[in-house]
Design a protein around this ligand. Structure first.
Ligand SMILES: [Zn+2]
Ligand SMILES: [Zn+2]
Length: 291
């Protein structure tokens, strides 16, 4: 490793950390604003106007590996391409990737609730709270570490989690709060109250994570096939086609619950699975439950 290229306060990404989370922490550790740090490290690149965790080019990952002394394989784990071949066969840049929550990026704002979080995990992180790659997945709705429901927004101001803007509006170039703080109202998301998930809901989430990590079973080796079928079933539950109505009605009766009760737009054909409200998505992936 070329020591001359090494950033003075370089750190490794935390386990399962998202690239954007790591990059934001690196910027703050270097007492630099995120956009300045992005420009310095990647001249000419539109770092924060894109879904970095989905679309960071290989050259960017190589630069980060070099500048932080982190093995490239470890850096590659910070982007959502790590789930290719497990959650979906492949994802193309610029298109909706199956099971990856969209951020709805408009300039440097986010219109969708595309990043989930577990307050308890953020709290357990202590002085270095960070955001995980699996919090960008539409199959995630419960934290299996803490046994509580994940959240998708600041409960105080209702804004999506946009941690790289935590320094916004401060005259000082320095971010004076950890990235667990809401960029809009300053609430520390690590302190937000959580709701415990029932054991059956937790078991469903554990099973989804097991399939994602290990594969389905000895007969079916490719986990993405399981998720292709699950996604197809969920589409049947939420689409607007008359042909799906009998199935939807039967499922509503069987479960005693209807997604339309949570969000009337669910069966109008206007929302994708990844844009479903969190509680609807969780119920369709596993079973209805009280959020
Ligand atoms: Zn947790
Ligand atoms: Zn807020």
């Amino acid at each position: 490793m070329d020591q001359a290229n090494r950033l003075p306060c370089a750190t490794y990404p935390m386990p399962d950390e998202l690239l954007s989370s790591w990059l934001t922490r690196l910027a703050h550790d270097h007492l630099t604003k995120t956009h300045t740090f992005g420009r310095m490290l990647f001249p000419g690149a539109n770092v924060w106007n894109t879904d970095l965790d989905r679309s960071a080019p290989e050259s960017m990952l190589r630069t980060l590996a070099l500048r932080t002394g982190t093995p490239l394989a470890k850096v590659e784990k910070t982007v959502l391409q790590r789930y290719e071949g497990r959650l979906h066969p492949h994802a193309r840049h610029g298109t909706v990737a199956p099971w990856v929550l969209p951020l709805g990026i408009y300039h440097r704002t986010r219109r969708y609730y595309g990043l989930l979080y577990c307050p308890q995990c953020l709290q357990k992180d202590g002085p270095t709270p960070y955001f995980r790659t699996h919090w960008r997945l539409a199959i995630s709705h419960v934290c299996t570490q803490c046994g509580v429901y994940l959240l998708d927004r600041c409960p105080y101001c209702e804004r999506p989690v946009t941690f790289f803007r935590v320094e916004l509006g401060r005259k000082s170039a320095l971010a004076d709060k950890p990235i667990s703080h809401c960029f809009q109202c300053g609430l520390n998301l690590a302190t937000v109250a959580t709701k415990r998930a029932p054991s059956l809901v937790l078991a469903d989430q554990l099973e989804l994570e097991r399939i994602l990590g290990e594969g389905w079973n000895e007969q079916v080796f490719y986990p993405h096939l399981y998720f292709v079928v699950l996604r197809q079933l969920m589409k049947q539950l939420i689409n607007a086609r008359p042909a799906s109505q009998a199935f939807q009605k039967a499922m509503d009766i069987e479960t005693g619950w209807s997604p339309v009760a949570v969000d009337p737009t669910v069966r109008t054909g206007k929302v994708s699975i990844e844009q479903l409200p969190l509680q609807v998505r969780g119920a369709c992936c596993g079973r209805p439950s009280g959020y």
